[in-house]
Design a protein around this ligand. Structure first.
Ligand SMILES: *Cc1c(COP(=O)(O)O)cnc(C)c1O
Length: 235
């Protein structure tokens, strides 16, 4: 099964449009467009969609479920291969299966997870990690480490040779882009305090604000799927 030619064309133009949004946001605040990495989120889609993204040169793919990541990865044997970014909560019992396949984890939230993950990287490049900071107490946003636990988790993870601590990630509560801004600022302030350069923040709805506030990685799903047929999507 492949993407229809029409879906392929739409995906290519959606991807170009997202890259334009990133470039415009960067130029609006005096940043270089290469300073922001785009992670294309594949969680809504089938393997042919991920294949098409890779063939368009979009190698950084993001998933929030281990099972779906493993299924997609198994189907993407031809080159170019993806660089997988795990962007959802990672359960400790899944670490062994998925750890060696990851390029980055955006949701590090405990010291025991850090230790286990580092143990899966023997003979591999260190896994890039972002510590997820809990930004609110709502049901969707409760993931992540509380501010009180941030420093000790950061310090511990930074000592592990299997990990490369790049920075922080956060999910603001659902709201408008302007409502997300103070949360992005808080993430940036905490990262600056840790002298960490990486900031994984911003999605389809708020990537411009996130870039203005210093995002170095944006994770985009919906904007890439716009106008594609149901065949490209998971039910
Ligand atoms: C789904 C998801 C995204 C992408 O969100 P869109 O609104 O589809 O762009 C980003 N980050 C995380 C953690 C997600 O689960």
């Amino acid at each position: 099964m492949a993407l229809t030619p029409l879906d392929r064309t739409r995906l290519a133009s959606n991807l170009a449009r997202v890259r334009e949004r990133i470039a415009a946001a960067c130029s609006g605040c005096g940043r270089a467009p290469e300073s922001v990495l785009l992670v294309a989120v594949t969680k809504y889609a089938h393997a042919p969609y991920a294949r098409a993204l890779l063939d368009l040169g979009q190698l950084d793919l993001g998933e929030n479920r281990v099972q779906h990541l493993l299924e997609l990865d198994t189907g993407l044997v031809e080159s170019p291969r993806p660089r997988w970014h795990m962007i959802g909560h990672l359960q400790k019992n899944k670490v062994k299966a998925v750890g060696p396949r990851l390029f980055a984890l955006h949701t590090l939230d405990s010291e025991s997870l850090a230790t286990r993950l580092a143990g899966t990287r023997e003979g591999l490049a260190p896994l890039q990690v972002y510590v997820q900071l809990k930004l609110a107490t709502g049901a969707l946003e409760r993931a992540g480490v509380a501010e009180e636990g941030l420093d000790s988790l950061w310090a511990q993870a930074s000592t592990l040779t299997g990990l490369k601590t790049l920075g922080l990630m956060g999910l603001p509560p659902r709201g408008t882009p302007e409502e997300a801004r103070p949360h992005f600022r808080r993430l940036r302030a905490q990262a600056a305090r840790l002298e960490a350069g990486g900031l994984s923040m911003g999605m389809t709805s708020d990537l411009e604000v996130a870039i203005e506030e210093g995002a170095t990685v944006v994770r985009v799903g919906q904007a890439l799927l716009e106008g594609l047929s149901d065949d490209a999507r998971l039910p």
